[in-house]
Structures are given as C-alpha cells and as structure tokens.
Design a protein around this ligand. Sequence first.
Ligand code: HEM
Length: 500
Amino acid sequence: MIDSISLVGFLVLGIIGWITYKIYIWPNYISPLRKIPGPPSENPFFGNIKTFMKEESGEPQLRWIKKYGNIIKVHGIFNEPIVFVADPKIIQDISVTRAYDFIKPPGLLADSIAVAGRGLIYAEGDDHKRQRKMINPAFTHSKIKEMVPRSIPIVMTLKGLIEDKINRGESNINLTPYISEATLDIIGLVGFNCEFNSLKSPNELAEAYDSLMCSPVNAINIISNYAPFVRKLPLEVNKKFRKECSIIDRESKKLVEERCKEAENGELKKNDLLSIIINTNRTLPIEEKISKEELKYQIKTFLVAGHESTSVSICWALYYLSQNLHEQDLLREELVKAFPDKSKFNPTFDELNSLEYLNCVIKETLRLASPATSARRTNTKDEVFGDYYIPKDTIIMMAISVLHRLPEIWGSTADNFVPKRWLDPSLAKNTSNLIYLPFLNGPRSCIGNKLALTKIKILLCMLIRNFVFKPIEGFHIRKRIIPVTKPDPYLGLDVSVVES
Ligand code: HEM
C-alpha cells in the first residue's frame, strides 16, 4: 500500500520532472526549433524576456538578427521558443499569401481580448472575412476626407491649451497626455459621433485607457497570458485592470445602444464609423450581419487601435523633430508656405496630402518608431522557413521594426532620422511594402491606416506651424513597449510659440 506521504512525494517529483522537461529538456534537446540559431536563454523561467524589458524597444531583436541571421529563435516565458522572422519573402507568405494559415496566438491574447473584445482585430478565419467586408465601407477615401473638418475644433482646443501653458510661463511641457487626449477626442467624434471632451475635462474613459496603456508591462501582464487564472487572484493590479476593462465595456455598450436606437427611429447620422457600420449592417442578409455584441467589440477595437498607436506616432514625430531642428525648420517652411496666416488654420484633406515634406517626416517616424515592433502569429500547420522546420503552433513574430532598420536595405543612415530619403526615387525602387510595414500588409493589414495618417497629419501640421519643440536639457526619453512603443517616461519637450 502506498501511504499518503509517498503519494505526495510522487506528485512533487512528477511536477518537478514535468517542469524540468518543459523548460529545459524539450527546448534544448527535443524541439525541432532548437536548430534555429539565436541568443542563449538567460533564465529557465523568463528566457530572454528580461532583455526585452530592460532594453529599448526593438533593439534586442535587431542585434540578434544582425548576429544570427533573418530567422532566429529566442526564449519566452518558461523558455518557450519564439521564432523572429525578418525575411521579406517569408513575411509576405505569412501576412499576404497564406494569411489565414497563420492566426494570432490564442494563448497570448487573454489581456488584449479583455480590453478590446473579439472585434476585427482578434477575429479569425471566416469570422474575420465577414467582419472586414462589412467594416471596409467605413474607411473609404471619401469618408476619411469628411472627417478632416470635423477634427479641426479639437486640434484648435489642443493649440489653445499649449498656448495657455506657455503664457503661464511653463515651457517644459509633458505633451504625452495632451496628444493622447486629442487623439481620443478625434476618434470619439469621427468614430462614434461622441464628444469625449477629454482635453477639456477629466474623462473616465480617457483615464481608463491612460492607465491601461501607460502602465509599464508588469509580471502579471506577461504571466496571465500563459496562466489566465493569475488574473483572478485578489491582487490590487488585477482589481484595477478589471475596473478599467469594465468602464470601457460599459461606455462602448452605451454607445451601441444609443446608435442602434437612433437607427430604429430613423435618426442615425451617417458621418461616423459606427453609424456607417450600423447602416451597412442593416442592408445585409441575416447570415452576414454582425450582432450588437460584435458592434460593441468594434468600438472597443477602434478605441484601442485608433487612439494609442496614432498618439504615440505623433509623439515620436515631435521627438525626432526636436532632436533634428534643421528637419523641423524645413517642415515649418513647408507649412508656413501652405498656411501663411496661422490664425486661419483650416486645412482640407487634399491640402494635407499635398504636403510632401510632412509626408516624408511621418514615413520616417513610422520607420524608426513603428508603434507595432512586431506582429505575432502562430502557424496552424507545420511549415518550413528556409532551412528550418517550424512545427504547428509555434509562436512567430514578424520583425517589423528590424526590417525598418537593416543597413542592407536602408544604407548607412538606417539608424538616423532622415526624412528626405523618401524623396529619393531609388528608395521607391528598393523598398516595397514587404520591407516597410508600419501598417502590416495583406488581408489583416491596418484597416485604419488612412484615418491614422490623416489624424497624424492634421495634428502635426497644427503643432509645427504654431510651436517650436526642443529637447529639455538633461531629460532623457527612451523607447519602451507599454504596450505599444511609447516615449518613456513621457514626451517632455521645451515648447515655444512660432512668432510669425
Ligand atoms: C499610426 C497608427 C497606426 C498603426 C501604426 C497601426 C498599425 C497596425 C498594424 C501593424 C496592424 C496589424 C496587427 C496584426 O495583424 O498583428 C493593425 C491592425 C488594425 N488596425 Fe491599426 N494602426 C494604426 C492606427 C489605426 C487606426 C486609427 C484604426 C481605426 C480606427 C486602426 C484599426 C485597426 C484594426 C481594426 C486592425 C485589425 C485589422 C484586421 O485584422 O483586419 N488602426 N494596425
């Protein structure tokens, strides 16, 4: 008879054996991925994660790909092998040719789905195709064009707030909250016909997003994706996370209810993303319609995807322009020519798109500080990448930020901010949408890219036309993933008014 002490002993030994197998024997001696070169694991429980957390966003993978080649393996939590790919042909296969064979890793999405729901960004297969087809009409050229004049009052509110600060004698300004609130207010208006007014007064939704997006990634963020029960533990960080998610859920549900009621009463306005989607939905056969729950997820998706990535892109553009004052002057010259009287700033969509240097500055910013450093996928079938066998269910990262920095593509100035490179016709020949991927490519590329670029252009245009941005002496800004690549601790710049 085995007594209970021996039973516990067997159990403990079994658990130790299983953990040893999982974090040591399997990745080092059994997994076919062991043949892929890459940095050695630094820790059996955290793999190479600490290096990712410690260094500037995108730097470790760039260094390793330069050292080991364009297909590498790094170690994640519990030493799980993760494959990084910087081979344009393989990336094309994953993102374009066979996009539906590579899904977003279900095991790594628990927190993201809690925030954004299963809207377009996390739908898969036929569900994704159905949602994308019906959401596409909301993002056409003509719809985005109409959104420009509607955004101007928000842009002018932001201008007034910065001027007030300067008039009060404060020239060292933390611009992160202002830009984040302005982009949230714009997406509220053009997305849902809703005035969040977060620039003017404290707003629960803006605070919830701010807290979710600005808190540095912590151990619970990482572990909960592998062990979802961790989110259920009675910890302060979990209570806060749940509260913020429930605010976003409640507000999104309220918006859907309001707009659906307006649609039933024939009072629906037709100029915001949600109304366009509701109107399209009403025309579809029952099997293609999206439910109210899915509509709510789209709002949450647009709020997360449409707000934070745009706001950080503007922050990085200002950062690079403050570090490269000559480029800032060149851009301002273009803007002064286009808008000689700054008190009558009211650009149209076509005027914004005709600004060549502004376009170069934005392209260069998205090259050097792509909000998404990589796009995660997992293969639903066994694959072969180059010489390596990739078994089904491997975590694969398309290394966007690495492709944007490889000297063999971008030359000796790959690491520098050089907007005028985009005026060089030979660049257009050498680069393609396989190596410059801030919005990814293929059926899962960013549906909001035109809207994003328009928002960035309006805000940047107003900011550079009206203000001069310089670095604050002794204040250092780093690139950190929190969870998109953000200026850390914040975008603090010395700001003064453009006199003429
Ligand atoms: C500079 C700003 C932006 C950048 C750099 C950006 C980048 C991206 C990237 C790289 C993806 C692909 C993610 C993946 O598949 O792993 C994506 C998807 C997506 N983005 Fe954006 N985005 C931006 C702004 C926006 C805006 C303004 C919206 C909408 C209001 C938006 C909505 C979406 C949606 C819905 C998806 C999922 C598309 C799908 O799976 O079919 N994004 N974005």
